[in-house]
Design a protein around this ligand. Structure first.
Ligand code: COA
Length: 423
């Protein structure tokens, strides 16, 4: 048994945020039925193509363990099938532009009428308010959720991060909302609406910056580099480069080979508890008793000098040597790993966080497996479905269409002609 075995999910998602969520549900054992436009499918199938004729990595890496049904949900027969899917499923997940489901004739009121037990889960760019009608992609969410204004260098423009906190991050939030609603349904017997706006999801991940905004009202942020540099703070949280966002100062420091290797760096944290060991490792034992360095408070205005001194030491080692020396001493450090290094990491492969998947159109490729490990519900990553691969199977086995009923739906054109020819 998988954790979510028996849960049926009508997956009306596309691009990244929604598919991230439904992929997680599928990995935990839910039967995820992805509804896609006949002949077109999720737009990402044909975006950033690396192998002509094959579904893109963008699509395959976000849609494992799902079934695909091609269905024109705007045609009469398509609406009929969609209604039966809503009757049958426990969860409907969607991330269409605001209003798209209503225009299709399947607003929340109607969905509840069809199935009062269903959980309807949506990603939208913004929650209720002045921007609720806007279409939103990843970087817009990063900007509107407070990430961009607090990322990057103080004297340069705001910066977006490569981590897809707006899309994949919101998909994670939505998945939590769905399983929570499923749990509540075990008591209430009712479904409910789950909304995860991307702006809110990003802000949740930027919580420490809203913390700092309020701290700023009572004085300078002493752990930020600019404090040590004597640069006054404005009225909002500034960008802080690679400064640690927590109470333990940290920076990215150069390691041996940095002149030619763009990732020859380490993150180095001068955790208070490990300070004396840091002094010994970098050859500054005299700092242990020097009142200018001995306490965290005394160190705050001197962080730039302290990290420059530590960097003189890290530059004599490669990033893995720094790790090997510091870890046994409980000094928190971490190498800056390139995607190439991550792709080749044996431990990540062993735990299934990096997996090799075989696909009939594209052959073997690497993907990120499930990053959450349940001891009683192990994940086996299965390839993403071809467009409409399970159309007939879902109509017949999940919805009970057979004989003339099945022929009527298939003949109506509501379910993808190309696939039908092959059936
Ligand atoms: N059959 C018939 N029509 C279908 C269909 C199907 N199976 N699946 C989708 N459609 C239609 C929709 O009903 C909609 O039609 P309408 O505009 O006439 O109402 C149309 O396809 C396009 O949907 P839309 O969501 O507007 O796609 P888009 O490509 O224009 O916009 C986004 C993409 C991501 C910007 C938008 O969906 C969005 O803002 N989503 C919410 C936020 C979000 O998740 N963003 C991150 C994505 S990673």
């Amino acid at each position: 048994m998988k954790a979510l075995e028996g849960v049926k999910v009508l997956d009306f998602t596309h691009v990244q945020s929604g598919p991230t969520c439904t992929q997680l549900l599928a990995w935990f054992g839910a039967d995820v039925i992805k509804v896609e436009r006949p002949g077109v499918g999720d737009a990402t199938r044909k975006q950033l193509i690396d192998k002509p004729g094959a579904d893109s990595l963008y699509f395959t890496m976000l849609n494992h363990n799902k079934r695909s049904i091609e269905l024109n949900s705007k045609s009469a027969e398509g609406k009929e099938v969609l209604t039966r899917l809503i009757e049958t499923c426990d969860v409907l997940v969607e991330n269409f532009a605001p209003g798209a489901l209503d225009r299709m004739g399947f607003g929340w009121e109607r969905i509840q009428e069809i199935n009062p037990r269903i959980i309807m889960a949506s990603v939208k760019g913004f929650g209720p308010g002045k921007y609720e009608d806007c279409k939103v992609y990843e970087n817009i969410a990063q900007c509107a959720g407070g990430s961009a204004s607090t990322t990057g260098w103080r004297d340069d423009r705001p910066l977006v991060t490569g981590a897809q906190i707006g899309d994949s991050g919101t998909g994670l939030h939505l998945a939590l909302g769905i399983v929570t609603a499923l749990y509540q349904r075990t008591h209430s017997g009712r479904g409910q609406r789950v909304l995860a706006p991307m702006q809110d999801g990003v802000l949740n991940l930027c919580r420490v910056k809203l913390r700092d905004q309020q701290r700023l009202e009572v004085g300078p942020l002493e752990e930020y580099s600019q404090y040590g540099e004597g640069i006054p703070f404005g009225d909002s949280v500034p960008r802080a480069g690679n400064d640690s966002g927590g109470g333990q100062p940290g920076r990215i420091l150069k390691c041996k080979g940095w002149e030619t290797d763009p990732n020859a760096y380490t993150y180095f944290i001068t955790q208070a508890a490990a300070w004396e060991k840091v002094c010994d490792v970098i050859g500054k034992p005299e700092w242990k008793d020097d009142l200018d360095y001995a306490t965290p408070k005394a160190r705050l205005p001197r962080l730039n000098h302290i990290f420059a001194t530590i960097e003189e030491w890290t530059m004599t080692k490669d990033k893995f040597e720094v790790m090997a020396i510091c870890n046994p001493l409980d000094i928190p450090v971490g190498p800056i790993l390139s995607m190439k290094e991550i792709a080749e990491d044996e431990d990540l492969r062993k735990t299934g966080t990096v997996v090799e998947v075989d696909h009939p159109e594209r052959g073997k490729y690497l993907s990120v497996g499930c990053p959450i490990k349940l001891s009683d519900s192990p994940v086996e990553v299965e390839r993403s479905p071809l467009l409409g691969e399970h159309t007939v199977e879902v109509l017949r086995d999940v919805l009970g269409y057979d004989g003339e009923g099945l022929a009527r739906i298939l003949d109506s054109g509501a379910v993808g002609a190309a696939k039908l020819a092959a059936e």
